[in-house]
Ligand binder design. Structure first.
Ligand code: EPZ
Length: 440
């Protein structure tokens, strides 16, 4: 298992290119299962979670082909990762095996597409994960309202469509913690091929839902209102091929905004959509960070004083839970007491203990963390526990005095493309050490 060694104190300065969104790309790869024609995607990041999803759609019959990197602007623009083609070639296997699902919960995204196109699906039940209990009841409930039936057998969800085709209806999709992002996408996908009209009330409004709806419309779906709490879907008989560019990763962008701020640096972030980060900009400006936008580029400058703030994570357009840990790392070196409340995943605080090992003073009370700012964090040996908690540790290490070793960085590799290369290119002192040397 690899580790990062980070010597803190460098001021980051320079340009970073933001990658395509992981959380948009993952469900969109499952959309490739909904048509017999070719779907070409640009901006799919190279990440271990993407590799897992490609393996899964491959097992479900999609031929996957990654083209050579495209550096010049042709047609749909440059694509440094190479465009990716998905082409469904056979529908014999409709099972998402435990081996894949256990590594990546987003595997559940194949459920709606498979039921809509093939009328059958077996998906291993995703278990709990480091950020808390993550049920999929809203996914199955929404699909049941469209006419799917489920039984639970040997750890699997076994789905079928007894009437042959799903049927549109009006439904409420929200749950106790608010809307569900992947649940909305799953049901929206299924409804795109259902008979008649579906109205999803209480839908998630995240940009990743909008991106998926936009691709489906390019493929011939009739979806309106995606990006709002009420989505209308007029089902069609068939979807065709399409070409699509994945939106920029708003979580990666927010993480690098905080990297600029916490290192007292100055970063130019390219390929961003600041509209997707409005609540993050609001909170960072309150802390004192200076943020400017020019077209698709964001300029971030740290401030000398880090004002304490209150922040609560909320569904979009509120502050994203996926940037809660990173903001906490920043506020840990603030000038007073900040209060962070987690409303999406109330147990998503595994980073608190590790940040405290680095000298932070953070106390957790239920779904709230009280952060008493300290003057300086210190380097320490810490452990990555989940993707965003790991990103918070990287940020803390950039600001800390001395050397930090972060073990188990495979968590980071799930969601941040070439993070150490991107940070090193703007002046961070960060090194990846491989396997045995890392744990020695
Ligand atoms: C997506 O997960 C993201 N994952 C998560 O990003 C993100 O934290 C989350 O949305 C919230 O923004 C991907 O896009 C691959 P939810 P998702 O369903 O869709 C409860 C990251 O770090 N709920 O919107 O699975 C749930 O427990 C990751 O990149 C139910 O009760 O999250 C939570 O409290 C991690 N029943 C709330 O809803 C359900 O059936 C919102 O979760 C589904 C969800």
């Amino acid at each position: 298992m690899d580790s990062f060694i980070i010597r803190g104190g460098a001021r980051l300065k320079g340009k970073i290119e933001i990658s395509g969104s992981k959380n948009s790309a993952l469900p969109i790869l499952a959309v490739g299962l909904m048509t017999d024609e070719k779907v070409t995607l640009h901006g799919v990041p190279r990440l271990s979670d993407i590799d897992s999803m490609l393996k899964l759609v491959g097992e479900l019959g999609c031929h996957v082909y990654r083209h050579e990197p495209r550096t010049k602007t042709v047609g749909d623009g440059p694509d440094l990762n190479g465009p990716l083609d998905l082409e469904l070639r056979d529908e014999k296997t409709s099972e998402a095996r435990y081996d894949i699902v256990k590594t990546m919960r987003a595997s559940i995204c194949v459920l709606g597409p498979l039921l809509a196109k093939r009328g059958r699906a077996i998906v291993s039940i995703p278990g709990g994960c480091a950020i808390g209990d993550r049920p999929v009841d809203l996914h199955t409930r929404g699909l049941e309202k469209l006419g799917a039936e489920f039984r639970y057998e040997n750890g699997n969800i076994v789905g079928s469509v007894p009437k042959g085709r799903l049927k549109g209806t009006r439904m409420y999709l929200g749950g106790a913690q608010g809307p569900t992002v992947l649940g909305t996408i799953n049901v929206m996908c299924a409804a795109a091929l259902a008979e008649g009209e579906t109205v999803l009330v209480g839908a998630a409004c995240e940009p990743e839902v909008t991106d998926c709806g936009n691709l489906l419309n390019k493929m011939g779906a009739k979806i309106t209102g995606h990006g709002s709490p009420e989505i209308r879907i007029e089902g069609v008989d068939k979807l065709h091929g399409a070409e699509h560019r994945i939106i920029p990763d708003r979580i990666e962008c927010g993480t690098f905004m905080i990297a600029a701020a916490i290192s007292n640096g100055e970063l130019e972030l390219k390929n961003c959509n600041l509209d997707h980060l409005i609540a993050v900009v609001d909170r960072l400006e309150e802390v004192g960070v200076k943020i400017e936008r020019q077209n698709g580029t964001i300029f971030v400058n740290a401030s000398r004083r880090i004002n304490p703030i209150e922040m609560t994570t909320q569904p979009y357009p509120g502050f994203p839970t996926d940037i809660q840990a990173q903001l906490m790392a920043y506020l840990a070196i603030g000038d007073g007491m900040s209060v962070i409340t987690e409303r999406i995943f109330p147990d998503r605080f595994l980073h608190v203990g590790e940040l405290n090992r680095m000298g932070a003073r953070i106390r957790k009370e239920g779904p709230t963390a009280i952060v008493h700012g300290v003057q300086q964090l210190q380097g320490a040996a810490v452990m990555a526990s989940d993707l965003r908690a790991s990103a918070a540790l990287v940020l803390a290490a950039l600001a800390a005095k001395g050397t930090t070793r972060i073990d188990r960085v495979y968590h980071i590799d799930r969601g941040y493309e070439k993070i150490e290369q991107k940070l090193a290119a703007v002046g961070a002192d960060i090194e990846r050490v491989k396997g045995e040397r890392a744990v020695a």
